[in-house]
Design a protein around this ligand. Structure first.
Ligand SMILES: NC(=O)c1ccc[n+]([C@@H]2O[C@H](COP(=O)([O-])OP(=O)(O)OC[C@H]3O[C@@H](n4cnc5c(N)ncnc54)[C@H](OP(=O)(O)O)[C@@H]3O)[C@@H](O)[C@H]2O)c1
Length: 363
C-alpha cells in the first residue's frame, strides 16, 4: 500500500471539504486501489497543525488546540525529518504567498495540486518557468478546478487538442458565483446586495467578492483557457467589464466594501432597467482563438436560450472546434461550491496517487 502525503494549504470552504472527502474515501475507495492519502500538515494563513501520521475526524478541534505559527521552511523540515514520501502540496487558498513557494516546494520533492488560480494567471514568464521546473524535477502540477470547479473543462480542451482537433472558440458562463447572482436576480424578488450576502454564506464567492464582481475571476479563467490553447496571453489582453462601482474598488478595504455593499444595487439596477421583460442578464466570457481576442462582459439574453435557462451556480462552456463545426461541445454543471470543487481537487490528487501506485486508469 502506497501512502500519499498531502500538505494542505487553506482549510476554508474548499480545504475543509477536501479533508472530509479524503477521510471518507480512504477505506472504501482509495485502499482498494492500493493507496492511502494521509494529511500530516494543514495550515491557514498563520498557523499549522502537524501530525506525523494523519488527521482524524476531530481535525478541527486539533487545529484549534494544537496549531502553531509556521514558515514554509518549517514544513519542509518536518517532512524531511519524518521521511515522508510521495508529497503533494494542495493549494486551497486564494493567496499569492503560497504560489511564491511553489518552486521551492517542487525542488523539495512536492507535486502541486491547485484550486488557487493565481499561479496560472500571473505573467506568462512565470507560467513557463513553473512548467519548466515541473519538468526538470519530474513532478506533476494539476489544476483542473481552476476552470469550472469540478467540471471536465480543461481535460476536454486538452483531449480535443491532443487528438488533432482545433479549438476555434470558447464561450460561456464561467463563474458559478456570478451565475448564481444573476439567476437569483432574474427571479426578481431580492436586491442584488442581499443575493450577494446569501451567495457568500453558501461559499460560492471568492473570499473577496470583488474578485468575482470585477470580472477578474472570469478573466483569469479565460486566460487559463487561452494559455491551455497555446496562446501566450497576459491578463491585460482580456477586455473586462467590471460590475464594481468605481468608488468601491481600488482604495476601499474589504471591510469598507462590505459596509457599503448597498451601493452595488444602483449599478446593477441600470442593467436591469435596460433589458426587456423576456430577457435576463448573464456574465459571459468569450475567446476567439483565430482572432486572438478575449473579452468578459455582462450581456442580455433571451430567457429561453441556453444561457437564459441556466440554474443555480451552473456554468456553461461551449467549445467550438474544427471537427464539431457549428455545434459546440457543451459542458454544463455546477461551477462553484465547496463540495464539487473539493471533488475536483480529489480527482487531481487521485490521478497523482494512481501514477505513484501504478494503478492503470482508462482516463
Ligand atoms: N469556493 C468555490 O466554489 C471554488 C471553486 C473553484 C475554485 N476555488 C478556489 O479555491 C480556493 C479556496 O477558496 P475557498 O472558498 O475555500 O476560500 P476560503 O474559504 O476563504 O479559504 C481560504 C483558506 O486559505 C487560507 N489562507 C489564506 N492565505 C493563506 C496563506 N498565505 N497561507 C496559507 N493559507 C492561507 C485561509 O486562512 P485564514 O482563515 O487564516 O485566512 C483559509 O483557510 C480559491 O483560490 C478559490 O478561487 C473555489
Amino acid at each position: 500500500m502506497k501512502t500519499i502525503n498531502v500538505i494542505l494549504f487553506g482549510i476554508g470552504n474548499v480545504g475543509s471539504a477536501i479533508i472530509n472527502q479524503i477521510l471518507q474515501a480512504n477505506d472504501q475507495v482509495f485502499n482498494k486501489q492500493g493507496f492511502q492519502i494521509n494529511v500530516p500538515i494543514i495550515v491557514n494563513s498563520s498557523l499549522a497543525f502537524y501530525n506525523s501520521n494523519s488527521l482524524g475526524h476531530n481535525w478541527e478541534t486539533d487545529f484549534k488546540n494544537f496549531s502553531v505559527p509556521y514558515k514554509i521552511e518549517d514544513i519542509i523540515k518536518f517532512v524531511k525529518h519524518h521521511e515522508l514520501e510521495n508529497l503533494v502540496a494542495v493549494d486551497a487558498t486564494a493567496s499569492s504567498n503560497i504560489v511564491n513557494s511553489y518552486l521551492l516546494l517542487i525542488e523539495n520533492g512536492f507535486h502541486i495540486v491547485a484550486a488557487n488560480k493565481i499561479a496560472n494567471s500571473l505573467s506568462y514568464d512565470f507560467y513557463a518557468q513553473l512548467r519548466n521546473h515541473i519538468k526538470a524535477y519530474n513532478r506533476k502540477f494539476y489544476y483542473s478546478t481552476n476552470v469550472g470547479a469540478g467540471l471536465p473543462v480543461l481535460s476536454t480542451l486538452r483531449s480535443l487538442k491532443e487528438s488533432g482537433d482545433e479549438v476555434l472558440k470558447v464561450r460561456g458562463v464561467f463563474s458559478g458565483s456570478l451565475s448564481f447572482l444573476f439567476n437569483q436576480l432574474s427571479e426578481g424578488e431580492r436586491p442584488f446586495s442581499n443575493i450577494l450576502k446569501h451567495a457568500r454564506n453558501l461559499g460560492y464567492t471568492e473570499p473577496d467578492p470583488r474578485i468575482d464582481l470585477s470580472g477578474q475571476d472570469v478573466a483569469r479563467k479565460l486566460l487559463i483557457i487561452a494559455r491551455e490553447l497555446d496562446l501566450k496571453f497576459e491578463l491585460e489582453h482580456i477586455e473586462v467589464q467590471s460590475l464594481v462601482p468605481k468608488q468601491l474598488n481600488g482604495q476601499t478595504s474589504l471591510e469598507q466594501f462590505n459596509a457599503r455593499v448597498l451601493e452595488l444595487d444602483c449599478t446593477i439596477e441600470q442593467f436591469v432597467n435596460a433589458k426587456s421583460t423576456n430577457e435576463v442578464l448573464r456574465y459571459v466570457a468569450e475567446l476567439d482563438v483565430k482572432e486572438q481576442q478575449a473579452k468578459v462582459k455582462l450581456i442580455t439574453v433571451s430567457k429561453n436560450s441556453n444561457y437564459g435557462l441556466l440554474q443555480g451556480t451552473n456554468n456553461l462552456f461551449e467549445i467550438y472546434s474544427k471537427q464539431y463545426g457549428n455545434e459546440p461541445v457543451s459542458i454544463v454543471g455546477a461551477g462553484a461550491g465547496r463540495e464539487v470543487t473539493a471533488t475536483g481537487v480529489l480527482k487531481d490528487l487521485v490521478a497523482i496517487a494512481q501514477s505513484i501506485a501504478n494503478v492503470q486508469s482508462y482516463f
